[in-house]
Design a protein around this ligand. Structure first.
Ligand SMILES: Cc1cc2nc3c(=O)[nH]c(=O)nc-3n(C[C@H](O)[C@H](O)[C@H](O)COP(=O)(O)OP(=O)(O)OC[C@H]3O[C@@H](n4cnc5c(N)ncnc54)[C@H](O)[C@@H]3O)c2cc1C
Length: 627
């Protein structure tokens, strides 16, 4: 044995593995992160961007709990946008264009700074088992390494097979070897594996592109950021560009359909329905004569461009010819073809809420191996697995977030309860408590918990306390201060709402949809002075008044969601013993009994969310439990 014994071994240095290793090590475990290439940690395999609709909320939740993805993003982003500003605040979603190489380097720096976390470049081919549990890994170079727990975060690498037209070969990403051995080893131990597929577009040298025929997509001004901590603001933003395919492009792409691995049936795994390849889009939306593409820079110094929306596994020659028919790309020099990749995943209904395997003790799974797609989803699971592996080996109960507490709660609950047949990505529509689970209040929802378990540090917790006090202070000013008609009516008329006739509390004005607190603060110097005087940090004040405005404007909706959440949480508190054999309930359908036996739900709430479980099945369970 070359290497010491560790408390926790993390297999894989992608987004899930990095968060898992950092969380477990920061909590005090001695952690070894083994990955195929320590030079490309948390590599963005596809588009160089973090966040987006629902995903941005997840990144902020990771941050609120004490994870690192948001901090890495803030340090390395080249553009920031708050998406969906024109919709309600439940939909506001931060998104950053990242510098791909710097993102990896920042992760490497942060991980190497954690004293009890070691990195090791190697391939894990099998696990070492004792009785019903895992006790270490078998690595190609280092041999046997022992640990109390193992977290598998091997992404798209397990038996990864890359497809480009009629060519296919083994690989975890283009230019990187795949990993074999682990799936077979786990299957021998009774863990089920299946295949999924994902894809990525061509990359182009930006010096060969004519941007004058495209529409620039600038970042927000003023800019924003992800972390609730005092990370550096983004100084210089880079543009993305919008362009479109056309009939000629479609015609060329269709010529390649016969050699498409997708249509010829060479790809067996299911792909992400919501992130389809360009050939998929042509096939499904035949009536469309153009499709939107976003041209995204890969980094500040990089000359590489990522063509978002043009993912393809058609033959290289077809991809190249088609691209050159898009205005601006006539002289494009192409650096890398688009490709599809098929890989093994382990259906996540085989996991407990802690992300520990139900079959092998002390073995955790996180990220793409659980059937998800996306950096954010992977990072969130990594964080939860890292926390819970550490807590498990220290005899502490796992952390399980509720659906009403966090998108991360929705993600884990969906995975372990319903499983997934296609790459799972997060959407706001998956969350029933969207107005509670906003990006602005992730710290108020989760930082206290993060602090209690030891992951969110003192400084973070103190910032939350200051922000909470500021929120109360601003609410107090708005609820108690009245404004004269003469001072405010010009503003009200400017935003197309009627003027006031007598002194009116600011809180009443905020309820009007036309009135924006930021505009009120900018317009009314007395109000501005009262709020600004509350604290010396303008960024904290801004965060606080944004939260206050949302809470005031949407108080009715918030109250309703809280009431429903409380009702549902009562069902979550009614536990179901693991040893129940659901076959003994003849009044339930066979489908329900089989599904309940497969999932072995922790509680009535989880049972009710299994697809195919009806309200009458739930009643049977309640009667059985004497409720
Ligand atoms: C071609 C392609 C296209 C994609 N397209 C999209 C997209 O359009 N949208 C989207 O949201 N997501 C997309 N993704 C998915 C996105 O990259 C992943 O969701 C995300 O990176 C998953 O993170 P992860 O940590 O689970 O795994 P990964 O980022 O894949 O990292 C896995 C890590 O595990 C290591 N590893 C694997 N096996 C072993 C082993 N046996 N021993 C040691 N180390 C090992 C690898 O070296 C790697 O560092 C795409 C991925 C690929 C490859």
């Amino acid at each position: 044995m070359l290497i010491d014994r560790y408390d926790i071994i993390v297999v894989g240095g992608g987004h899930a593995g990095c968060e898992a290793a950092a969380a477990a090590a920061k909590l005090g475990s001695k952690v070894l992160l083994i990955t195929l290439n320590v030079g490309v940690l948390a590599k963005m395999s596809c588009n160089p961007a973090m966040g987006g609709v629902a995903k941005g909320q997840i990144v902020r939740e990771i941050d609120a709990l004490g994870g690192l993805s948001a901090i890495v993003t803030d340090h390395t982003m080249i553009q920031f946008r708050m998406l969906n500003r024109s919709k309600g605040p439940a939909m506001w979603s931060p998104r950053a264009q990242s510098d791909r190489i710097r993102f990896s380097m920042k992760w490497q720096e942060l991980l190497m700074d954690i004293p009890n976390l070691h990195l090791w470049q190697d391939s894990v081919d099998a696990l070492i088992y004792k009785n019903k549990g895992v006790i270490g890994v078998q690595a190609k170079l280092a041999g046997k390494i022992y640990s109390d727990a193992v977290i598998i975060t091997s992404g798209t690498f397990l038996n990864g097979k890359i497809h480009i037209g009629s060519i296919n070969f083994g690989g975890g990403r283009l230019g990187e070897e795949n990993a074999s051995g682990l799936t077979q080893d786990l299957r021998k131990r009774g863990i089920l594996s299946q295949r999924l597929k994902t894809g990525t577009p061509v990359r182009v040298d930006k010096r060969s592109v004519d941007f004058s025929s495209m529409t620039p997509q600038p970042g927000d001004d003023p800019t924003g950021k992800f972390s609730f901590m005092d990370t550096p603001p983004l100084k210089e933003q880079m543009n993305c560009y919008l362009c479109y395919t056309n009939e000629k492009v479609h015609q060329i792409l269709r010529q390649g359909f016969e050699q498409s691995p997708l249509f010829a049936g060479r790809i067996q795994g299911t792909g992400p329905r919501y992130c389809p390849s360009i050939e998929d889009k042509l096939d499904r939306f035949t009536e469309r004569d153009r499709h939107q593409l976003f041209v995204e820079p890969d980094g500040r110094e990089s000359h590489e461009l990522y063509i978002n929306g043009f993912s393809s596994s058609l033959p290289i020659e077809i991809q190249f010819r088609a691209l050159k028919e898009i205005p601006g790309f006539e002289k494009a020099r192409i650096l890398q073809p688009g490709y599809a990749i098929e890989y093994d995943y382990f259906p996540p209904q085989q996991l407990n809420y802690s992300l520990e395997s139900k079959i092998i003790q002390n073995l955790y799974f996180a990220g793409q191996v659980n059937g998800t797609t996306g950096y954010e989803e992977a990072a969130a699971q990594g964080l939860i697995a890292g926390i819970n592996a550490h807590r498990n080996i220290n005899n502490e109960l796992p952390i399980v977030l509720k659906r009403s507490e966090a998108y991360i709660g929705v993600l884990v609950d969906d995975l372990v309860t319903k499983g997934t047949q296609e790459p799972y990505r997060m959407f706001t529509s998956r969350a029933e408590f969207r107005i509670l689970l906003r990006q602005d209040n992730a710290d108020q929802r989760l930082t206290t918990l993060g602090h209690e378990i030891g992951l969110a540090g003192h400084e973070r917790y103190e910032r939350l306390k200051v922000k909470t006090e500021l929120i109360l202070g601003i609410e107090n000013i708005l609820n108690t201060t009245s404004v004269e008609p003469g001072r405010i009516n010009t503003y009200l008329e400017n935003v197309n709402t009627s003027g006031i006739e007598r002194k009116t509390k600011y809180a009443n004005l905020i309820l009007r949809p036309q009135v924006k607190l930021k505009q009120l603060i900018d317009f009314d110097s007395e109000l501005r002075r009262a709020i600004v005087n509350l604290h010396s940090d303008p960024s904290l004040i801004k965060e606080a008044w944004e939260s206050v405005e949302i809470q005031m404007k949407y108080s009715g909706y918030l109250e309703k969601e809280r009431e429903i959440a409380e009702k549902i949480n009562r069902l979550e508190n009614i536990s179901l013993p693991k040893e129940i054999d659901y076959m003994v309930f003849p009044s339930m359908s066979m489908e329900a009994r089989e599904k309940l036996n497969r999932v072995k739900p922790d509680n009535i709430g989880q049972a009710s969310r299994i697809s195919g479980i009806t309200p009458s099945d739930v009643s049977v369970l309640l009667v059985y439990l004497g409720r």
